[in-house]
Design a protein around this ligand. Sequence first.
Ligand SMILES: O=C(O)CCC(=O)C(=O)O
Ligand SMILES: [Fe+2]
Length: 744
Amino acid sequence: MARLPIIDITPYVEANRDLTKCRATSDALHSACIEYGFFYLDISQYIDPSEPEELTRLAREFFALPQEDKNKIRLENQDYARGYQRLKQNVTNGKADNHEAIDLYKPVESPDKSKPLWGENQWPDIPGFQQKYDRWIEKMKNLGLILMEAMSVGLGMTTEEWMQLRAQVDDSFWVMRIIGYPPLPNDHDGFSCGAHKDYGCLTFLHADPTRSALQVFLRQSGTSVSDLNGLPAEHGTEEGIWINADPVPNCVVCNIGEMWEIWTNGLYKSTLHRVVHKGSNYRVSIPFFFEPNFTANVAPLPAALRLLSSQGNEPTSNDGKAHQPVVYGDFLLRKVGSNFATGTQLFARIHISVRTMSYESSVSRLPSQLKDLVVNAQVDVAKTDADKAEVTKWIEMVAEGEIVKPAALQDLETQLIPRTYIVSNYLTAADVALYGALHPVFSQLQPPQYHSTPALTRYFDHIQTRPSVVTAAQALAPAFSSVSFDLASAPPIERKADAPKKKEKAKVVAEQVESTAAVTPQKENVPEDKPKEKKEKKKDAAADNGSKKKEKVSTPATSKPVAEDAGEPVPSMIDMRVGHIVDVKKHPEADSLYIEQIDLGEDAGPRTVVSGLVNYIPIEDMRDKYLVCICNLKPANMRGVKSFAMVLAASSKDGKEGGVELIQPPPGSKPGERVYFEGPEYESAQPLAQMNPKKKIFETIQPGFTTLDTKEAAWINPVTKSIHRIRTKDGVCVAPNFIGASLS
Ligand SMILES: O=C(O)CCC(=O)C(=O)O
Ligand SMILES: [Fe+2]
């Protein structure tokens, strides 16, 4: 029977390191990570065995308490992630896990339980409990750094490369679970903990001496898996065996998570495991998840790429592409659902599968026609791992069925106001699933009803006309027949640039999409800013999450809330859109100015824009051009002509005399399409309806505008130097020729 290797970390914890022994440990780690992704780590020289035994005893004391005492620290008191989860509250691969647990996360500086993962840990009221676990956490964090160093040697990293990797994990956003497993009843539909991979970096598991509980899946061709139903759908056809990973004295069971797959571009695999505890005792296990820093940018490591190419392997993942980098915190937040404010109800039910959700298993839970629709549409699941996690979350929510209930529609409406697609800036499987789930509802709605959710209606109509969706729907006719909307009778719109008089104060911060601000980031079939009744937010959600956020939406029914330029200037406050110059002439009163008519996809018709480009761009190079416009500056009077937007132009790095050219949106762009800054903090943030000139928002952000070596337009954060390309859903905007240009 195969058994996982035992690797001794002692050489790395001794005061005087013996380099030969260290090397041996590192080499063993390297082999184990390639072959198994799992091993035992002998920590006898690092930890006194009585210490984890005491932790197990404390855990038992807690789990033995009456249910109502355990519930005092339930997850729902906090951010739905920190605290006690009752038996079967955790769901893996769609099935309830037969365990209960206390989940703890790295404490954050300014806790706010209304934000995902940002609440406070909840500790049992048992003497010594927190103190002893805190000591363990410190030791496991340190062990994480030690093991990372040992692994860096195994991977052939230079000292400098190790220091760079170390900087990604030296402030680990760790997680610890204290898990209690009653015996698994024979008739339980599921497992003690269903098969999953850990998603982070390193897991150190201390478990009580119970045998035949934790099982690890070893891929082995030619072996049939007797209980295929235990595998997540995407592994359903893999051949292999489950082996027991029984506790070994003085060792923790260690496994690597998906971040190591990214760092090594697939050379190290994180491995499926599960718990099937059929014994008669109550099992306790304490996994500590040593994760990257919240802000770590996890990308393939040069050492791994060197190793892969020296072996003649192109650095690719399963689907033939290199692994996509992720910022760990973004990855994690997407897993738990980034729109916590509106998703609380849903989050409460699905966050629990955070460690374990997979795209394929989420699709397999869809009702059969929806599943067929998603499969037939053959759209990209997602372009990045982070997007895939988000797509999975949405499909899980669709599978749950709650998302299209009337109470949830208004939440969806709010989320869709600034978006073309639900997850990212391109069509994903989540859009197909959501569209399919909305279809029975939308095919029954009367005009006043769908007019009350214009963003959702616009979204639905947009998705139903995507060619891949049309084809998929036709194959399933008549189930998803096209729904037509009477948009002509929709309430009229008011163009915001013409209406700068608004002064209704709605406290909205830029990142929160809580208002129906008069901004439609892309051209759509539905007029952009319809007066609409604000429906009352779900009462139960407000009760569960009774924070200031909910109060913000309670503007009077007749008012038109407008995003206020609250807070420090951030680029996403700028409303940029694709424009099409439908007419251009010279200003009769000013030699240097053009007067353009620019179609921005608005029903009110093209906007008049005045630009000082006569001396730099010939008029024939302006005619009929597609360009990027800044649409939320205060309209300015320029020699007697009012200008309602500004065109984004690049000046040579040698100054205007070196030339000026228009920034171009990607080919095929449509007037009115949303142009935005890459980066999760900006991508889905809603621009301000109008930037207050006094706040000098554009002036503050503009110096960071430039073109990269690729001529792509971008904003570079002057503080962090992070690069945020300027793009539409179809691609990045570029300057035709200039590198290092300034944009204004
Ligand atoms: O209890 C165990 O042995 C494993 C638990 C586990 O895999 C997890 O929580 O990720
Ligand atoms: Fe796990």
